[in-house]
Design a protein around this ligand. Structure first.
Ligand code: GDP
Ligand code: GDP
Length: 435
């Protein structure tokens, strides 16, 4: 599992600046999708030796009791409780403040590992700064500059070095796609899991050595093998899954990260909410193949069904590449078709894209519509090859490719998706310019 780093500190110490630096990537991972609203507090870090999750808790201030501030405070508390490492940011220019001391006491009580991070350290005397913050009780700390980048690499090496890298695809006897079922509370995730696992047979469910916290369960359905990732907020109780925990973004991210295909469950009896869109956005940013299950279809009338379909088109239009299924987990309806789409999405995500065909498709797309000029420069694409699977990555080589706008990138994505019939997975394009 990817370690989760949680950024804490009083307002203005540079948390969001560090968050942006840690989650930034040079590659165009997801073209800016119309309609995709990102949750700017949760991100995937790709800087440094290995991937990790980053959470920015916002400003930790004496908590309000009600309203949006209280809600944010609860989310922050939850993130702190679930952190693998807390990065406690302080401002090296202003020196130690009473609020820093208050936060230090609070963090000490959590029992989580805390790394003191002295920010805005460019050009200051590091020895004096470290001595100043020593009284917080977390050692001398790491002096960094979030805005310039100094010291950030060393900090990551130190923090991430504590977490062993696991071998890829753990359970050796696992076969078939790894599936995670995600969605906000009460949409019917546990009902769907139980419908899936109950129907045929759960393989080696009580395998010796499987701990209570085992995170994956192999199962078979219609003669095919799958592995269910123990999903965010759900726990096995005997042979069934139950929703027993409150919703956790971090656990959702972890489930997504471990899966090949995610089933995003929505509730037909409720409006599509911002939280639904955020959860979908996390899966998309992770590049996961996806199938959308609109559950409780049995509970709504025709009028509501029509309204909902319009709403889906509007609010989740950044998922136009995914298949949508209208199901009833409770009645067991629509589940076989749903799993057929899971199979399809998995094979699309794993497709082998041969270089000659990729380059041919690229050539045809450019012939039909060339990339726009940037001032007097015309980006020139020469050839393409595959750079990865799940999600499929197409690496395009050429000149001046940094000037290709995201709208043209989407046009190319579309061309590859059409040519290779890649339904159910996002596709990524990386540009490699040579000069
Ligand atoms: P947050 O409230 O903790 O999220 O803090 P922000 O990231 O919004 O930063 C607060 C202010 O500090 C902004 O004006 C940043 O530009 C500035 N800042 C952040 N990091 C650095 C740094 O490394 N050096 C300097 N000099 N300023 C910084
Ligand atoms: P979770 O929190 O996402 O795991 O949701 P649950 O599986 O616990 O389901 C929440 C509630 O929705 C329960 O009362 C279920 O009985 C109900 N529910 C789940 N699936 C369906 C369905 O297909 N139709 C209807 N009408 N209710 C359902």
């Amino acid at each position: 599992m990817n370690p989760t780093l949680v950024l804490v500190g009083r307002p203005n110490v540079g948390k969001s600046t560090l968050f942006n630096r840690l989650t930034r990537t040079r590659d165009a991972l997801v073209a800016d999708m119309p309609g995709l609203t990102r949750d700017r507090h949760y991100g995937i870090g790709r800087l440094g030796p290995r991937p990790y999750f980053v959470v920015d808790t916002g400003g930790l201030e004496p908590a309000a009791k009600v309203g949006i501030l209280a809600h944010m405070a609860r989310q922050a508390d939850q993130a702190i409780a679930e952190a693998d490492a807390l990065l406690f940011l302080v401002d090296g220019r202003s020196g130690i403040t009473p609020q820093d001391k208050e936060i230090a006491n609070r963090l000490r009580r959590t029992g989580r590992p805390v790394h003191l991070v002295i920010n805005k350290g460019e050009g200051i005397n590091q020895v004096i700064a470290s001595a100043d913050f020593h009284e917080l009780g977390f050692g001398q700390g790491s002096v960094i500059s979030a805005s310039h980048g100094d010291g950030v690499g060393d900090l990551l090496d130190e923090v991430l070095g504590a977490f062993p890298l696991e071998a890829e695809g753990e359970g050796a006897d696992e076969q078939g796609p790894r599936v995670a079922i995600i969605g906000r509370p009460n949409v019917g995730k546990s009902t769907l899991i139980n419908a899936l696992l109950g129907e045929d047979r759960v393989i080696a469910f009580d395998m010796p050595g499987t701990t209570r916290d085992a995170i994956s369960i192999p199962f078979e359905r219609d003669g095919k093998h799958y592995t269910m990732i123990d999903t965010a907020g759900l726990r096995r109780r005997g042979k069934v899954f139950e929703a027993i925990e409150k919703f956790s973004v971090i656990k959702t991210l972890q489930a997504i990260e471990q899966a090949n295909v995610v089933i995003l469950v929505l509730d037909a009896s409720q409006d599509i909410s911002e939280q639904d869109a955020h959860i979908a956005g996390f899966a998309l940013e992770n590049g996961r193949a996806m199938v959308v299950a609109i559950n409780k279809w049995d509970a709504v009338d025709d009028y509501r069904r029509d309204m909902l379909k319009m709403d889906l088109g509007r609010k989740l239009n950044f998922l136009s590449w995914a298949r949508f299924h209208y199901i009833s987990a409770k009645a067991g309806q629509g589940i076989s078709a749903l799993m057929t789409s899971v199979d399809g999405a998995y094979s699309a995500a794993m497709t082998n894209l041969p270089t000659p065909k990729l380059t041919r498709v690229l050539g045809a797309a450019v012939l039909k519509q060339a990339p726009p000029r940037h001032a007097s420069i015309r980006p020139k694409m020469r050839y393409a090859h595959q750079g990865g699977t799940n999600p499929p990555v197409v690496v395009i080589h050429g000149n001046a490719l940094e000037y290709i706008p995201s709208s043209y990138q989407r046009y190319l994505e579309h061309a590859f998706v059409e040519a290779f019939k890649l339904q159910g997975t996002p596709l990524r394009i990386q540009f490699k310019s040579t000069r």
